[in-house]
Design a binder for this molecule. Sequence first.
Ligand SMILES: [Zn+2]
Length: 355
Amino acid sequence: MERSKIYAGITFNENLKSDLAMQESTAKNRRKLNSFISIGIHKNGMNPISSVSIWKKVILPSLLFGCELWSNFSNTTLNDMEIFQCQAARRIQGFDTRSPKAVTISSLGLSEINAEIQKYKLFFWNKLYTGDGVFLRKQLFHVRLKTCTTNNINSLGFIPDVHNIMKNYNIEIFFGFNNPDDDIPPKGQWKQFIKRIVQNREEEKWRESLAAKESLHIFASIHTKLDTHPLWKISKLSVKDTWQMSDLIHLSFVWEVVPVICKLCGKTVTDIVVHFLIECHILFAERDLILEIIVNFLHVNDYVTFTNMSETDQTKFILGRRSQDIDLSDENWTEMMKYISKLIPKMYAKIDEYL
Ligand SMILES: [Zn+2]
């Protein structure tokens, strides 16, 4: 007996399980992403902001096509999609396979796939609710809604899913059991509202995941908003510096905070990035050049403030953290980071060689 049916390009399964449709979508879009390698979606290729725009405009809509009706799927299937997005984000930014998810997708300002699915379900729910009553789909929707509300809200499918999502975001008030035409915001307003609450929730979760990993403290101090990483934003203005910025971003998250022996000088240190940038005497020539740049961009008083900072804070500043204690305009900070980024690859090569 046939167990699944394709309708309008979406595979429906008899038990409303969407795993098959989702797995097929992941496989199809993985092939699509691979075909984009030739146009430059890879390290030393296209600027990551341009690449991620292709991801958002071409691949993501195709990956999530029909996701409004995906239901009853397993965590493994969803996780495969999250992994796929993370792999794509790595390829776009030239990060290696060890880059943590919280760093990798957030540097491009991307949300988790699950949040995107929830967003689309809530958009679609509003579309059905506010749709014209003469359309069959609205009539069907109302029948389904009545069945769900009068019988069992714990059943499977789109409406119970939306109910759960609304519960999760504390916006159940909009589920509108009794009077479907009341309190339903118009489409545009609803979309803005949903985007905002989903974004806020994602940002909250993201901050928690960064805070949970001590080795990400430098990254977290530089990339403070769930938006495109500030150094990638510079790379868009100055395309030739793009892949130098990648090295700077790498340095802010690539090593664990554990005691290790520096292979350059033999000293045992707890934070190897701080050691390389501030302390290791083997790298003094490279460090002097970096400090020279900082001297040139800061007022004397601010340079004194910089030298009085802890070694960790100095490291953060070199890698792109904006400090409230130092007066530096956006333009000057951008220029300073461009200069610093030119020196980092040299230093990075030396570090990399010994690790
Ligand atoms: Zn050393």
